[in-house]
Write a protein that binds this ligand. Structure first.
Ligand code: ADP
Ligand code: ZN
Length: 279
C-alpha cells in the first residue's frame, strides 16, 4: 500500500523526502491539498499512512484530521499540528511542563496591549499566533512603535489576529538555535546566524553546526515530551548570558539550511521515523 504524501507547494524539502522514498522503493501517492476532496470513507485498506508536508497550517490541520478519521496514521498527527501551529498554545504547553520560555503577555484585543506594555516593558516583540518565516513579527522599541503596530494589528482580518501575543525581546548573540527532534530523539541542531533580529533562514543569514551539549539535549527532549511524538523543529533563543529559552516549535520544519551543514543524513532519519510510525 502506498504512503500518502500531503503537499501543496513542493519545496526543496519535499523533493528530498520524495526522492528518498523513491530511492527506497516505497510507493507514494502525492495528494495536493489544493485540489483534494475528502469523502468520509475509510482509507486504511488503500494506504499505509500519510506523511504531511503541507505548508499551510490550516490546510495541514484539517487534512491530517480528515486522514486520521479515515483510519490513517499521519506524521505529524493532527494534535501536534494543532499545538505547534499556534504559538500561544505552544507556550502554554511548554510552561505547564516547566520549560523556560521568553517572558510573555497576552491580550485579547490589540488595544489592551498598549496600556499593558507600559508595565510589561520594552523592547518587546509582538507576533501572530500562526505563521512562519518571521512574517508580521514586530519588535517594539517603545510606546510609539507599539501604538503604530497595534493599530495595524487591529486592522488585520480574522478574529485570531486580534489576540495579541507579546514576548520580551531577547538580546541574542547574533544567532539562534534550530534543532531537529524526531520521535523524541535529537537528530541535530544548527545556529541560524544573522545580523537581523529575525534570523529565519528565509530572510538570509547563514547556518552553522550547533554542538549538542547535555543541557541542550535535555531541554530539547523535554520540549518534545511536552509537545508530543513527531517531527519537530524546535527554535531555541539564547540571551547574551547563555540562558536558553524555547521560542516555538515547528510541526512541518524546513531543513534546507540544516542539511547544508549537517548533511543529508537528516532526510534519511526523517523517512526512517515516518516509516517506523506507519508500521
Ligand atoms: P516564526 O514562526 O515566524 O519563525 P518566531 O517566533 O520563530 O516565528 O520568530 C521569528 C524569528 O524572530 C525567530 O527565529 C527569532 O530569531 C526572532 N525572535 C522571535 N521572537 C523573539 C524574541 N522574543 N526575542 C528575540 N528574537 C525573537
Ligand atoms: Zn521560528
Amino acid at each position: 500500500r502506498p504512503i500518502v504524501v500531503l503537499v501543496s507547494r513542493i519545496r526543496v524539502e519535499e523533493k528530498l523526502l520524495l526522492g528518498e522514498l523513491e530511492r527506497r522503493g516505497i510507493p507514494v501517492e502525492v495528494l495536493d491539498t489544493r485540489t483534494a476532496a475528502f469523502g468520509m470513507e475509510r482509507l486504511d485498506g488503500r494506504y499505509r499512512g500519510a506523511l504531511s508536508r503541507e505548508i499551510s497550517h490550516t490546510r495541514n490541520l484539517y487534512a491530517s484530521r480528515l486522514l486520521e478519521h479515515a483510519g490513517l496514521r499521519v506524521v505529524n498527527d493532527s494534535k501536534v499540528v494543532a499545538l505547534c501551529g499556534d504559538k500561544l498554545l505552544t507556550t502554554l504547553a511548554l510552561r505547564e511542563a516547566r520549560l523556560p520560555v521568553p517572558r510573555c503577555m497576552v491580550t485579547l484585543t490589540p488595544g489592551a496591549a498598549l496600556e499593558a506594555l507600559d508595565g510589561f516593558g520594552y523592547p518587546a516583540v509582538v507576533k501572530p499566533l500562526t505563521g512562519s518565516w518571521g512574517r508580521l513579527a514586530a519588535r517594539l522599541g517603545g510606546r510609539d512603535a507599539a501604538e503604530a503596530v497595534l493599530e495595524h494589528r487591529e486592522a488585520l482580518p480574522g478574529p485570531a489576529n486580534q489576540i495579541t501575543y507579546v514576548q520580551e525581546y531577547i538580546d541574542k548573540p547574533g544567532r539562534d538555535i534550530k534543532a531537529y527532534v524526531l520521535g523524541g530523539e535529537v537528530v541535530g541542531a544548527i545556529y541560524k546566524v544573522s545580523s537581523q533580529w529575525r534570523t529565519n533562514t528565509a530572510r538570509g543569514g547563514h547556518t552553522q553546526v550547533c554542538p549538542l551539549d547535555d543541557d541542550l539535549v535535555k531541554l530539547l527532549g523535554a520540549t518534545a515530551e511536552a509537545i508530543g511524538d513527531g517531527v519537530l523543529g524546535i527554535d531555541v533563543i539564547e540571551d547574551r548570558d547563555g540562558n536558553r529559552f524555547v521560542n516555538e516549535v515547528n510541526h512541518t520544519p524546513e531543513f534546507h539550511g540544516a542539511i547544508e551543514v549537517l548533511g543529508t543524513g537528516l532526510v534519511g532519519r526523517y523517512v526512517d521515523h515516518v516509516l517506523e510510525r506507519l508500521d
